[in-house]
Structure formats: C-alpha cells, structure tokens
Design a protein around this ligand. Structure first.
Ligand code: UD1
Length: 420
C-alpha cells in the first residue's frame, strides 16, 4: 500500500492550476449513459474514483476511455441494468447509475451502498424521490431494486433531517428527465456540482430550469443526444491546495478555479489572518505566520463545506487560542482527530463539535488515513510538523486528488510517495 513521507517545515510558494471536479465528474459520467452514442467530457480529474466509475460504466456495457483529462464514453442502445456488490462496494457514488438507469431503461438493480468511515449514509431520500416518480422500490438481500412501467412527473420535497442531499437531488433529477410532464423538486441541494450536472443534461437536450436554486423544474423529454462538455473545476481540491499554502505561511496563485463557489472557505482564510485576492478565475493567497482562532459551522452549500472540515482543523491546530468546528452534515466525521492528536494536537470532541486549543508545535509521526478528506488533513499537518510524518493508506487521498504530491512538490513541499 502506498504511503507518503513528508518532511515538515518548508514554506510553500508558487503557482498551480486547479483540476476538474470529482464530485461533478462522477454523476456526469453516469448521466452520459442516458444518451446513445459518444459523449466526450473534458477537465475530468484522473483520480481513482473516476477510474472506478469508468469500470462501472464498462460493466454496464459502455465503451470508456481516458486520455489526459478527456473521457470518451460510447453508449450502446441497450445496457445492463444491474451493478453488483463487488463493483460498487468501493465507491458510494456508484449510486448515481440508479438515476441514469431508471431514466434510460425504467429499471435498475444496485448493491446497497453501505456506511463508511464518515458515518452512516442512508439513501432514504433517493428512494423517496424514485417512488414519487412512480417507481416501485424494493430492498432485499443487500440490493435495491427499482422498476417502473412509466415515469410520471410529480412534485417532490427532498430535504431530510440532515438538510439537503446532493446525491438524492442529482439522482432524482436524472430519473425525472424522462418523466412525462413537469417535475418539481423542492428542497433541492445547492452544491454547484448539481447545476453542472443539470447544464450537462440540458446540453444533451433535457429541459431543466431553476439551476442553482432550491426549486428545480424538469419538463420531461423523450430522448437525449450525446454531447461534448467541460466539467467545472474542483472547489474542494482548490480549497485544499490553498490550505497547504496557508498552513505553511506561504503563497499560492491558483488558476482555473471558481472563487464564488467556495466563498465561505475563502472568508475563513481571511478570518484566520491570511490575505486573499481574487482576479476572475485566479486566487492569490498569502498565509499569515500566526493564525487567529475561529468558529466554523459546517452546513450544506452555500455554507462552509463538510469536505473542507478536516483540512481547516489541521490549520487551526497551531492557531492562537481556542477554535471550534461544529459538523452538522456528517455528524461523526472526525476520524482524523485521533491521528492529529498523535502529532501533538490538542482537540476535544463534544458531540459534533471539535474544540481545538492552539498548540505551539506539531511533531511528525506515523499516521493512518481513514477517508479522503481526513488524509488531506494529515498531509497538511505533516507540512508543518517537526521532522518526518508518514501518512499510511494514501489510497484514500488518491480517490479524490490528482497527483497531490506532485502539485505540492511543485510549490516547494518535501513529500514523497513510497510504494511499500
Ligand atoms: C456528496 C459528496 C461528498 C460530500 C457530501 C456533502 C459526492 C460523490 N460526494 O455526498 O463529498 O461530503 O455530498 O456535501 O459528490 N442523507 C440522508 N438521506 C439520504 C441522503 C443523504 O439522510 O437519502 C444525509 C446524509 O447522511 C448527510 C446529508 O444528508 O447527513 C448530506 O448528504 P448528501 O448531500 O446526500 O451526501 P452525498 O451526496 O452522499
């Protein structure tokens, strides 16, 4: 299993280009199944989750290839409708094929996605949406079976007890594209990746209105045509790269990014004392040497994203005074805390609030990555720890960051990948 060795204490400085969004690529890849013919996707990150989704699409019958950051997906008229356990167990986002298959073939069978290191992850809202569109949904033997004679447009309220759901919004949106009549999704999640999926579907011929609002209106159509599309840039990768510059008190000019899509994160950089300048799709960040403590409330978009929670925790470990982070989206997403404490962090967890007392220094240690964003947090902590930090199980980070060690090395980090 690959691991990183990081020698801490280097101040990062330089220029980088943000990559394409993983969380937009995965549903857009699934949505491309809905049109017969060849769809071409540009700006797709070459990360392990995208490679998994390529395998899922190939299994279902598509011909998928990737060259650089361009994906070609050739879809035949009829494809399989079942995605078995061994194929989907490694990636929850495989559930996006449900919406696409229901839309295209009116039936889908998927191994139920389980929980994961960041806590329980139900799919009740997805199921509620499919049922509202007239589907029969049965859960048995670890699989979800969805079938309908005809998709019927409906008015659907999709918000759940943890707030809006990005996955459910996208899945139901895809299924509704072919439902006869006008479907209204209320309580739709607002993450920018959803509007990217909707723009892609519209480019293929769908009629979706209300992009970037909590009410989506979908007028059913009969057929989608394949298209060529450029995926938006990854706001979480962008935030993580800026965090690397910030934590080391360094400087980064980041291009090809969409600052308006993570303004809450940029505001926090300013609040902790960093300087942030925006010029169109480029951000310049200069990190302060001593951070101020802050309070962060994690909530669905447009608030501070759960996918940047762990990275900001690493930044706050050495801040002046006491900071708090309250996680309201995945209330148990704190697997990184014990590892950060092994490096010298002073963090106490009370329910879903982490209380971070600023310490003077961190010391390098062997640590274990538990999930995608937690691994990014450990890498960030390693950048400012005394001596050497070994981050094990970095396959987690490879799921969502394209060559992160190369990008960090380019701006001065001492980080190496070892194969064993
Ligand atoms: C997506 C992102 C993930 C991000 C998360 C929240 C992808 C591949 N993943 O995950 O990186 O951390 O959004 O921004 O894009 N919920 C229910 N019932 C459901 C579905 C969700 O109660 O049927 C709850 C979840 O447990 C969670 C909250 O709703 O507490 C938000 O989850 P959701 O937005 O659905 O996350 P994902 O789409 O799975």
């Amino acid at each position: 299993m690959d691991r990183f060795i990081i020698e801490g204490g280097k101040t990062l400085k330089g220029k980088l280009k943000a990559g394409g969004s993983k969380n937009a690529s995965l549903p857009i890849m699934a949505a491309s199944l809905m049109a017969e013919g060849e769809t071409i996707l540009h700006n797709c990150p070459d990360v392990v989750d995208v490679r998994y989704m390529m395998k899922v699409l190939s299994y279902l019958g598509a011909d998928v290839s990737m060259k650089g950051n361009t994906l070609r997906i050739k879809v035949p008229g009829k494809i399989k409708n079942t995605a078995p356990y061994d194929l989907v167990r490694k990636m929850r986002a495989s559930y996006y094929v449900l919406g696409a298959l229901i839309g295209k073939q009116k039936s889908a069978v998927l191994s139920l996605p389980g929980g994961c290191a960041i806590g329980e992850r139900p799919i009740d809202l997805h199921i509620k949406g499919f049922k509202s569109l007239g589907c029969n949904v049965v859960l048995k033997h670890g699989y979800v079976y969805v079938k309908c004679k005809k998709l019927k447009a409906n008015e659907i309220y999709l918000e759940g007890k943890f707030g809006t759901s990005m996955g459910a919004t996208i899945n139901v949106l895809m299924a509704a594209v072919f439902a006869k009549g006008k479907t209204i999704i209320k309580g739709a999640a607002l993450e920018p990746e959803i509007a990217d999926v909707a723009s892609f579907l519209n480019r293929m011929g769908a009629d979706i209105k209300g992009l970037d609002t909590p009410i989506l209106e979908i007028n059913g159509i009969d057929k989608l045509e394949p298209t060529e599309y450029t995926i938006l840039s990854d706001r979480i990768e962008s935030g993580t790269l800026l965090a690397a510059a910030s934590i080391t008190g360094g400087e980064l000019t980041l291009s090809n990014t969409n600052p308006e899509q993570y303004s809450e994160v940029l505001n926090k950089f300013t609040e902790i004392g960093d300087s942030v300048q925006i010029d169109g799709n480029t951000i310049y960040l200069k990190g302060s040497k001593q951070k101020k403590s802050v309070e962060i409330d994690i909530m669905p978009y447009p608030y501070f994203p759960t996918d940047m929670q762990a990275q900001f925790m690493s930044i706050l470990i050495k801040a002046n005074g006491i900071s708090t982070i309250t996680e309201n989206v995945f209330t148990k997403r704190f697997m990184h805390i014990p590892e950060l404490k092994r490096m010298g962090a002073d963090i106490e967890l009370r329910d879903n609030t982490a209380i971070i007392k600023g310490v003077k220094k961190l010391s390098g240690a062997p640590v274990m990555a538990s999930d995608l964003r937690a691994s990014a947090a450990l890498v960030l902590a390693g950048l400012v720890a005394d001596g050497e930090t070994e981050v094990k199980r970095i396959y987690h980070i490879d799921r969502g960051y394209e060559h992160i060690e190369k990008k960090l090395r380019k701006i001065g980090a001492h980080i190496r990948r070892y194969k064993k």
